[in-house]
Design a protein. Structure first.
Length: 257
């Protein structure tokens, strides 16, 4: 009888411990990156005003408090870009928030020049949307701890494409097992790491690291090299990136971070 009770007690304790572990694991965030493509200064002005006075305030009222708006440091006159980073606790929040914002009277009023633009004077050429799921090693985004003015900062958005889905998952495992820890150890001020689950370039992962300025950025990457060399040659992580795209951005003055 005592043996039976011990087994029952052990099973109960094990169940409680397992339940506590399950609830302790953070649910991964989802991220949307909206990319506005445009050509003229006037279009940029309309997009900026819309984001600043209508879109960001509307998202704030719906519980999305940390929205990043970034522009490339190097200007491309043929295809100019604005990146908007939107964190979501659940994937279904994307539809919920878009629906709620569409019913917001203040949003409709403030955003009127953008929302009601004519067909022959559009505020952009196209809008691109990328949906990502946060890595297990960093399931929630983090705001950068920087000391310089926004116009001096360098935000580095990297995209790692892979030849196959399996190789992309392998690269994500490499991040989860080693690389995120290295970035954290060296204080890269990463905002997020995410797997692209919907977008024009897949299979793919993206992440955003942030620095006070260009010198700060270069010194961090110089320190990263020796640490990365310890794992880059491991046989299980070979050929898992087929294309690396690096973009240098700075935050708009109205960006939340």
């Amino acid at each position: 009888m005592k043996s039976f009770l011990k087994r029952i007690l052990f099973s109960t304790v094990a169940f409680i411990a397992l339940s506590a572990h399950v609830y302790a694991v953070k649910q991964s965030f989802y991220y949307q990156i909206k990319v506005y493509h445009f050509k003229t200064d006037q279009q940029e002005k309309v997009i900026d005003e819309y984001l600043k006075t209508a879109f960001l305030p509307a998202l704030h009222t719906k519980g999305i408090k940390d929205i990043g708006v970034f522009k490339p440091i190097a200007k491309d006159t043929s295809d100019r870009l604005i990146y908007v980073f939107i964190p979501l606790k659940k994937l279904t929040d994307l539809d919920r928030i878009n629906t709620a914002v569409g019913k917001d009277k203040a949003f409709a009023e403030k955003g009127s020049p953008y929302l009601n633009a004519s067909y022959n004077e559009p505020p952009y050429t196209r809008i691109e949307s990328i949906i990502l799921k946060a890595f297990a090693s960093m399931p929630e985004y983090s705001l950068p701890k920087l000391t310089t003015p926004k116009n001096e900062r360098v935000y580095e958005l990297r995209s790692y494409e892979a030849a196959t889905e399996n190789l992309s998952r392998n690269k994500i495992e490499m991040f989860n097992d080693y690389e995120v820890a290295i970035f954290s150890k060296l204080n890269f001020n990463a905002v997020f790491y995410g797997q692209v689950i919907s977008g024009g370039k897949m299979p793919n992962l993206m992440y955003l690291t942030t620095f006070n300025n260009k010198v700060d950025r270069d010194s961090h990457w110089a320190a990263f090299g020796p640490e990365y060399k310890k794992i880059s040659g491991l046989p299980q992580y070979q050929h898992n990136v087929s294309k690396n795209v690096t973009l240098f951005l700075y935050p708009a003055d109205y960006s939340d971070f």
